[in-house]
Design a protein around this ligand. Structure first.
Ligand SMILES: NC(=O)c1ccc[n+]([C@@H]2O[C@H](COP(=O)([O-])OP(=O)(O)OC[C@H]3O[C@@H](n4cnc5c(N)ncnc54)[C@H](O)[C@@H]3O)[C@@H](O)[C@H]2O)c1
Ligand SMILES: CC(=O)N[C@@H]1[C@@H](OP(=O)(O)OP(=O)(O)OC[C@H]2O[C@@H](n3ccc(=O)[nH]c3=O)[C@H](O)[C@@H]2O)O[C@H](CO)[C@@H](O)[C@@H]1O
Length: 447
């Protein structure tokens, strides 16, 4: 049933009566939870993905995103109930759907240039199935202004904007808490092409999100909200890293100082560490940098440089620690603990481990790796040799805050390693315990 022209209460009613068909393009860490939640609230959902294995798995009722609590049950239940299906045919899905949601990757290359091809690919497919009264929503994080750049593509359908609605409603969640967040951790941000579209889209998200909706004055404003959330985080992590480097120079423990400083409500010093990875935080600042014409986002650019320099600092700390025992990095056995960009998520995008392993090898070290979410093949892809123990290790470098690393048995490890050196790039270990056992223990902000 077409929603354009209905008020939010009418949208909620027809939604619950199972009269609304939604196509979700992109069935990854964000798209599949969203598709499953919509289905669980009564919509007929067609998931679209270019990955045939993903489509097949979902149509068999199975979930391929392992890090999402509750998702497997939701997928199985709603596929069985016939409310959730998947296809690779994005045009067919658009023809069936009343609402089409774009939730595919929006990335940058290593030099920060935008890589939005998946979004334009989906827009072209939607255009071939767009009907009067349909609503197109981008939920992927979009460089401000990009959603409206899709209008000419969508109008290739022969419809003019106004005959269909366009909106942006960014995914304000993260892997591991997506279902909780989508259904009501934070209000949903929405910006739309006109009042009718805004009213209908508010109805859609009020159906699934108990925290409600914050309507924005424009699509571009809604895009900026999500991007700025990410920029805020990247700049604040860079501040923490810069202050931590200063603390090392002045023999202070940054974490001790930050913890105390954060006890008053105007200070939120973040965690210094081995670097900033993932799909989000190192990417979104480039959306602002690349779109700046007259302004020069110096602070945002510098923050990116600081964060991207942290993997090198971890190697510097390793050299410093090995020096204390008269051991050159060259020829030493280094065990890197953590290949993923953060704990609990099997995602390698801009993970700190990659540049760290590369630089260690340039120095002539023998580099091993272990990650509880990964396999020996993943380690090989990083250029390291998989190692499931601590024998003959000269230095351990922690680059990911996996829960398993917080529980490491340092007493047992002390008996296995060849030299007791730990560089804790994610501040997961207990300093006192490590020092008690005779480890040289360094971390960012406590040289
Ligand atoms: N992962 C997070 O924590 C997170 C949080 C908030 C926002 N986001 C944003 O959500 C968006 C999606 O990120 P994600 O983490 O779900 O990515 P992902 O890599 O986990 O999933 C993307 C999915 O899209 C599919 N895909 C790629 N191109 C396609 C196309 N042309 N047509 C159909 N499907 C296609 C891929 O096969 C994959 O299954 C991005 O804009 C990201 O910035 C991610
Ligand atoms: C909706 C959405 O987009 N959600 C995002 C998602 O982001 P994400 O999944 O990418 O995870 P992040 O936690 O941001 O980590 C990124 C990298 O930064 C390192 N880091 C982190 C904090 C710190 O103090 N010091 C650091 O060095 C860390 O190791 C990792 O490499 O969740 C965040 C809430 O956690 C959200 O704010 C963020 O918008």
């Amino acid at each position: 049933m077409k929603l354009l022209g209905l008020n939010r209460e009418e949208v909620k009613r027809v939604f619950k009566e199972g009269k609304v068909t939604i196509a979700v393009y992109g069935l990854g860490k964000m798209g599949l939870p969203l598709a499953a939640v919509f289905a669980d609230h009564g919509a007929n959902v067609i998931g679209v993905d270019i990955n045939n294995n993903v489509v097949e798995a979902i149509n068999n009722g199975t979930n391929h995103i392992n890090e999402e609590p509750g998702l497997s049950e939701l997928v199985e239940k709603n596929v069985k109930a016939g409310r959730l299906k998947a296809t690779t045919d994005g045009v067919w899905a658009a023809k069936q759907a009343d609402v089409m949601i774009i939730l595919v990757p929006t990335l940058t290359d290593d030099r920060g240039n935008l890589k939005l091809d998946p979004v334009y690919d989906v827009a072209k497919k939607i255009s071939k199935g767009l009907e009067k009264g349909d609503i197109v929503i981008t939920e992927a994080t979009m460089p401000p202004g990009t959603t409206e750049s899709l209008i000419p593509i969508l109008e290739e359908s022969g419809l003019k904007l106004g005959e269909f609605g366009l909106a942006h409603a960014p995914e304000r969640t993260m892997t591991g808490t997506a279902i909780r967040d989508i259904t009501g951790q934070y209000p949903k941000i929405v910006g739309a092409s006109d009042e009718k579209t805004l009213e209908a889209v508010i109805g859609i998200y009020e159906t699934i999100n108990k925290k409600g909706v914050i309507p924005m004055s424009s699509i571009k404003a809604a895009e900026a909200v999500k991007v700025f959330e990410g920029v805020y985080r990247d700049v604040n992590i860079a501040l923490a890293n810069e202050l931590a480097l200063w603390c090392e120079e002045h023999s202070l423990d940054a974490l001790e100082v930050f913890r105390a400083a954060n006890t008053q409500p105007y200070c939120h010093l973040h965690m210094p560490g081995a670097g900033v990875g993932g799909h989000c935080i190192p990417v979104y600042p480039w959306f602002v940098i690349n779109l700046a014409k007259k302004t020069n986002p110096r602070l945002i650019k510098t923050a990116r440089e600081i964060n991207d320099s942290m993997p090198h600092h971890i190697v510097e700390l390793t050299i410093k620690a090995l020096n204390e025992i008269g051991k050159p990095l060259k020829g030493s056995n280094i065990l890197v603990l953590g290949l993923t960009f953060r704990g609990g998520v099997k995602e390698f995008m801009k993970a700190a481990a990659k540049p760290i392993i590369e630089e260690l090898k340039e120095w002539g070290a023998k580099v091993y790796a272990y990650d509880p979410l990964c396999t020996p093949k993943d380690a090989e892809r990083f250029g390291a040799e998989w190692k499931g123990d601590f024998k003959d290790v000269d230095a351990i470098i922690i680059t990911t805050d996996h829960r398993e690393f917080k529980a490491l048995d340092l007493g047992k490890i002390a008996k296995q390693v060849r030299n007791k050196v730990i560089i804790d790039g994610r501040n997961v270990l207990n300093v006192e315990k490590a020092k008690e056992l005779g480890f040289i223990y360094l971390r960012v902000g406590k040289g």
